[in-house]
Ligand binder design. Structure first.
Ligand code: ADP
Ligand code: G6P
Length: 466
């Protein structure tokens, strides 16, 4: 087949997290499951850590697509996952260089795992397979694959934001980053803002140049940096929300229900959200219906100190707000840390009058889109969305956008949302719903893979470099 023909090989996806029966909270896993259910292919992810890691893959399931795991030992889990991925890359890419905990040994473990994953992929990849690397756990995999002689088309999709140029400088491996990125054919980011940040970072690399058609070249390899905002399976989420089991919430009549659904992560702005709700309770008219704010936030990455800290801080904040405002028959904040089934979450997202999606930094935030899909178009609720969620680029015209750091105007937005007339709610919801259903998970998968399939092979790249 000529090199510029879209090819017909298999799709090989690699992500750290892979469902092993239980489906944990996290946008990536749901998105990849939905993408692979449509496209078919192979999904490779990390096994639970064991005493000894071995090369190769283990099959763990098949159906619409096949699932395999690579192995990882306990020390690597600490260094690669808890360490370099979640104590260096995650905080840095979420604009929190102050939380960065760098240890050389953690980076060594990251390199070892990235190399093992690359060897495993190289072993199974056939010449026409598309390789699609997901997220910050595997920034080096493509580079390793190239050193193993793999010439397949390789894409990266980064689910998290790309840091601004100053923050990138705090990465001890900043000098290696351009080579890691240029080993892909397509680097996919969530938003235009992320593309601008990455382009800015690449400009500092003297070996990288931008070509007339907007693609990039580094040492003879041509690659693209583009944004593909991830979506959800809106139809099936809407259906799940309609069919969800009724949950007895024991709310007072006419009490507005506010809802937040997040992993417990410092990037989600939960303390700021609680404080804005507190400010709203202070400004609320006496005698108006008393609102209930349910925050579902199951623990995440609890072996990392910053996650234990945020959990403690949030519990203290919820306790003190409830202490100040609660009554015998009213608890303003219900903070739920235990796991809640996805169908129940879908039902709550349908029932909520206001969704609070107010991260301090977030690649996209799928909950914003799930809320819109779940709501009843005839009597929809209002989305309060942070400027700092990637979703804000697509949803700014229908959501109430807030700056989560500005407590007073955030509190006013809560008041506006609670009191918004039906006509305005319907108008805003219709705009958002149209976008969420149009730019859904299938649209995301198809647009990314279409671009990757059409990427020039390295052979062409060499020619274009001359
Ligand atoms: P992140 O990927 O950073 O966790 P997203 O908002 O993009 O954030 O994705 C979170 C996904 O996980 C959504 O699909 C959401 O519905 C799901 N989720 C989050 N918390 C829960 C929960 N407590 N129970 C069930 N699903 C959850
Ligand atoms: C975000 C990341 C994913 C990750 C998920 C859950 O969505 O972008 O890569 O899988 O959070 O985090 P965890 O560390 O539990 O996999």
């Amino acid at each position: 087949m000529p090199d510029d023909e879209p090819h017909q090989g298999r799709l090989i996806v690699v992500s750290n997290r892979i469902p092993k029966g239980d489906v944990p909270a996290g946008g990536l896993v749901f998105a990849i499951h939905e993408a692979l259910t449509g496209a078919g292919g192979i999904w490779i992810g990390a096994a639970d850590p064991t005493d000894q890691a071995e090369d190769g893959l283990t099959k763990i399931g098949s159906g619409d697509y096949e699932r395999f795991t690579f192995s990882i030992n306990h020390e690597e889990h600490r260094g690669y996952y808890l360490g370099y991925a979640n104590s260096v890359l995650w905080p840095l890419f979420h604009h929190r260089p102050d939380l960065l905990e760098f240890h050389q040994g953690d980076f060594d473990a990251y390199v070892a795992v990235n190399r093992r994953v690359a060897r495993a992929i190289a072993e199974i990849a056939e010449p026409d397979d598309l390789i699609w690397v997901q997220d910050y756990h595997f920034l080096m995999v493509a580079h390793e694959l190239r050193s193993l002689g793999v010439t397949n088309r390789i894409g990266l999709f980064l689910h998290i934001p790309f840091p601004n140029p100053n923050d990138v400088m705090a990465l001890p491996q900043v000098a290696m980053m351009p080579a890691w990125m240029a080993a892909h054919d397509v680097v996919g980011l969530q938003t235009r803002r992320d593309v601008i940040s990455m382009v800015e970072a690449m400009r500092h690399d003297t070996k990288t140049q931008v070509l007339n058609d907007g693609t990039w070249i580094r040492e003879g390899r041509v690659f693209s940096i583009l944004n593909f905002p991830i979506g959800i399976d809106a139809e099936s989420f809407a259906e799940a929300a309609r069919a969800a089991p009724e949950v007895e919430l024991q709310l007072a009549p006419k009490a507005p229900l506010l809802l937040g659904v997040d992993r417990l992560d410092y990037s989600k702005g939960l303390v700021h959200r609680f404080e804005a709700f507190d400010a709203y309770l202070d400004m609320r008219e006496q005698g108006s219906p008393r609102p209930t704010f349910i925050q579902i936030a199951p623990g995440s990455r609890e072996d990392v100190e910053a996650y234990r800290d945020i959990r403690e801080k949030l519990e203290r904040t919820a306790g003190s707000i409830n202490g100040a405002h609660a009554d015998l028959d009213w608890t303003p904040i219900r903070y739920i840390r235990r796991h809640v089934d996805r169908e129940v979450v879908a039902g709550l997202l349908r029932r909520a009058d206001v969704a609070l999606v107010t991260p301090l930094a977030d690649g996209m935030n799928l909950v914003a889109k799930e809320f819109i899909a779940a709501q009843d178009p005839e009597d929809p609720g209002v989305l309060i969305l942070s400027h700092f969620a990637g979703a804000a680029e697509q949803m700014e015209s229908g959501a109430l956008l807030v700056n989560p750091f500005d407590r007073t105007s955030f509190a006013r937005a809560i008041s506006d949302a609670i009191h918004m007339p039906l006509e305005e709610r319907k108008e805003r919801h219709a705009i958002l719903r149209e976008g969420v259903f149009r730019e859904d998970i299938k649209w995301w998968t198809d647009s990314y893979l279409d671009r990757l399939r059409r990427a020039p092979r390295s052979f062409d790249s060499q020619l274009r470099a001359i």
